[in-house]
Design a protein. Sequence first.
Lengths: 412, 83
Amino acid sequence: MRKNRVAVTGMSAITPFGVGIEIAWEKLIKGHSCIRQIQAFETGNLKTKIAGEILGIDYNEHLSGLDIHNLDSCTILTLLTVKGLLENKDLGLTSGELREGGIIIGTGFGTICSKEENFIRVLAESKPMFPLIIPRAMDNAPASEAAIYLGLKGINQTIFTACSSGLNAIGNAYRLIKDGYENVMIAGGVDTSITKYNLEAWSKLRVVSTRNHDPTGASRPFSKGRDGFVLSDGAGFLLLENYDKAVERQVPIYAEIIGFGATCDAQHITAPSFQEQARAIMLALKEAEITADDVDYISAHGTATKLNDVIETKAIKAALGEKAYAIPISSLKSQIGHTIGAAGAIELIFTIQMMLNNTILPTINFEERDDECDLNYVPNKAIKVGQIRYAIKNSFGFGGNNASLAIKNPRL
Amino acid sequence: MKKNVKDALIQLIADTLKVDKNALLEASSLQDLGADSLAVLEVLAEIEDKFGISIPDEDINKIVNLHEAVAYVEKKLEIKDAG
């Protein structure tokens, strides 16, 4: 059976740097961090008092006409991000073509803000619950509201695989187009999970940074002395299309998705296994019909927890052999923090930006080498390169959920 | 106070790990009682909440078994009281 090729024809992201890809890109190439002291609530006795918050956006203005007071913050961020996806004048997608499409959203915590707010209201404040809490807080609300907003009549799904949710959403959407079930898909991830209780819960697992005195230096992937990830909010969505149809419309193609690998450790709920991470990478390479010699960049999961960065390093070496030492690898979480279910999508978008700009973004805050992290992590400064032909994006989540995606430069 | 700390820790760890108190007294490490990395984190969080102390990451290795936990908590409480 003939398989369809899959093109990326649209990208949109909202990060703590602001609304849009360009605003973040300008900061990222300069090696800036968006991590700050938390503004949204009193951090009190919390061990961690820093995060990557999205502040200063007037959602009512951006989404005028929508009744956003009955929407969760995760849904609002989703709507604003997918709105940005379709603002590209060159897209040329008819409303009919778009309506046949679907959306898959990956999220780690979904509508946690509304759930928390409702429980505090009922249990702590003895107030009646929000009347419309079900449609606001059901975890498929962001995908369903996005479908209503854009009129998407195709497949509508929400994927929860913790920190690999966003990349799994994209991988699954890629497969639907490749196998001929859909021609157009929106896929990506979103999380707005910086709440007092969620942050405290992460602290109990001892995986979040407590470098409160130095917010911009707190996320230190692969560097000795790292003390955990920094929680951030964010959303990233891509428009995926049947490649041939995109060519017919003469629309700009940002990248081609050519391989996807997904595995599960089936071993421990939080401790990762390098074997299954490596297998996810190898499955992506196999489907892409490329080898380690073809890969010019790896966007690491790179959370900056003590365990993740060592295990991911071992996985990359197991999957790519000696070539692993020569391939530039960076973790955008050093600058953006960890947007959980959005991370895979946001980091894929900026991997594509790197391809388009022949520039590799750095792993900032890299101060001292860890003996167990001995690859080339592009420390601290972006580098110009001749061309990134193929790139790999890794995302690994609690629950042992591993995802790896292979993309191809459309100029090849 | 010392007896109280020890008794409270025996109860806390036995309840958290669902193990026999006598087994806890004899075990050379919490791992010997079947505690995996997550169960150890659960015990540490329960100790922090129960005694109102903070256990930094670099101190985790100082709390390998019941006796070390007792000594650690007593010392922390002394510092806290002095402060």
